[in-house]
Design a protein around this ligand. Structure first.
Ligand code: SF4
Ligand code: SF4
Length: 396
């Protein structure tokens, strides 16, 4: 394709009309912020269609979750990233506020926003009121009348996906115009959740963990294919297996190889890496500019197959073994946020939601859990739970 300058509106028009493959993204103004973004080759992103929504978006999106610098958001936007993912709970609402302040006044069709609200399951009596109050607050923080995707945040069970109260509440939100599309996110790594979404019939998008460490990858890929055929858009998170470094914190993860591996599945519409600085953004842009999985990528990924990473499979085997029936998979996710993402505030928030007992693990002289992924669960719990006592101002 011949190179030419296009503005973001042109980009959106183009992205709605061109077929699969690379399209040109506007010349960036972010070169002073992000060293590689002035490189036109980097800014040629393939676009894919987000299921039955018909919206075509670049394969690279931004998970804003940990970012707290609006200039990084600007660099991403000016680099051609179109889809930005946040949530009601991120940074106690400051994440949505930053996104709202940045996009205020920008053409509404020049960006695509997803946000999420979490609720307890089994549902409480005030579930719908609480859900709507949180969404209203999210829209206020975002300074928007609607979000493009509204996600139920972090479903852990299959039942809640098709629960009639959940389905009715979500449908009402869409009918009232507070969102264009509905979705849910999940950390549970359960292919049956994907099938339940197809059956429920109301979900346009699923945001799910997708990386080469998934223990049930063949089953997940098969369910993803069924969902894609049913018109559901698939958005990938945790493509880098839950951190920027290996489990010892010694070796940097090859972000480009990880992203290319995820994009190699044609049914993954886009990925939302949570870059927090310009170097990480540049890595992601470089991957999107050259998105075909290489032999070197395959070799790198094969070399990690047997290595312990930050990525807990959420398989739940530990819960069966633990005499205190602790929510270990969630605690491991909190561990990953601090030691993988370097985001200890989110660990504290995650642990606070779990209502853990004060005398955690007091019934054991040594941890009884034999994790199939080789996690030393007792050590990890001891390393992460003290974060609950640390004042927020000292946390990253
Ligand atoms: S800690 Fe181990 S056993 Fe527990 S959910 Fe994670 S991978 Fe499975
Ligand atoms: S030490 Fe291990 S087995 Fe014992 S309560 Fe804690 S997590 Fe459960």
């Amino acid at each position: 394709m011949k190179k030419k300058g296009v503005n973001r509106r042109d980009f959106l028009r183009l992205s709605a009309t061109v077929g699969a493959g690379a399209i040109l993204i506007p010349e960036t103004t972010a070169s002073s912020l992000s060293k590689n973004t002035s490189n036109a080759a980097v800014n040629q992103f393939p676009v894919r269609t987000l299921g039955k929504t018909g919206i075509r978006i670049p394969i690279l999106s931004m998970g804003v979750m940990r970012a707290d610098n609006p200039n990084l958001l600007r660099a991403a936007y000016n680099s051609g990233i179109f889809h930005f993912d946040t949530a009601h709970g991120y940074q106690n609402g400051r994440n949505e506020e930053m996104v709202g302040t940045f996009f205020e006044g920008k053409p509404r069709d020049s960006y695509f926003i997803g946000t999420k609200v979490k609720f307890d399951y089994p549902l409480k009596d005030n579930f719908e009121q609480d859900l709507n109050e949180k969404l209203t607050l999210s829209l206020k923080r975002l300074k928007m009348d609607y979000v493009d995707i509204f996600y139920a945040h972090a479903y852990s069970t299959t039942e809640e996906i098709g629960d009639s109260r959940v389905v009715e509440a979500l449908k009402k939100i869409k009918e009232e115009g507070k969102c264009r599309f509905l979705g849910f996110s999940t950390h549970a790594h359960k292919p049956e959740q994907i099938d339940a979404a197809v059956e429920a019939g109301i979900y346009d998008v699923i945001l799910l963990s997708y990386n080469f460490k998934l223990h049930n990858l063949p089953e997940t890929d098969a369910a993803i294919e069924r969902a894609a055929k049913a018109g559901i858009g698939l958005v990938a998170m945790k493509t880098m297996t839950g951190g920027t470094e290996d489990a010892d914190g010694k070796k940097k993860i090859n972000a480009q190889a990880c992203l290319r591996w995820a994009w190699n599945n044609e049914h993954i519409t886009t990925a939302i890496p949570g870059f927090t600085n310009y170097d990480e953004l540049d890595e992601c842009l470089a991957a999107a500019g050259d998105s075909c999985l290489t032999d070197a990528d395959k070799e790198y990924i094969a070399g990690l197959a047997e290595k312990e990473m930050m990525f807990c499979q959420q398989c739940g085997e530990c819960k069966k073994q633990c005499p205190e029936k602790l929510p270990i998979p969630d605690i491991m996710r909190a561990y990953m946020y601090t030691y993988g993402y370097k985001y200890s505030q989110l660990s504290k928030e995650t642990l606070a939601e779990l209502n853990l007992p004060q005398d955690l693990c007091s019934s054991c002289d040594s941890c009884k859990v034999k994790c199939p992924s080789g996690f030393n669960v007792g050590e990890k719990i001891a390393a992460i739970t003290p974060v609950m006592q640390v004042p927020n101002e000292f946390l990253t």
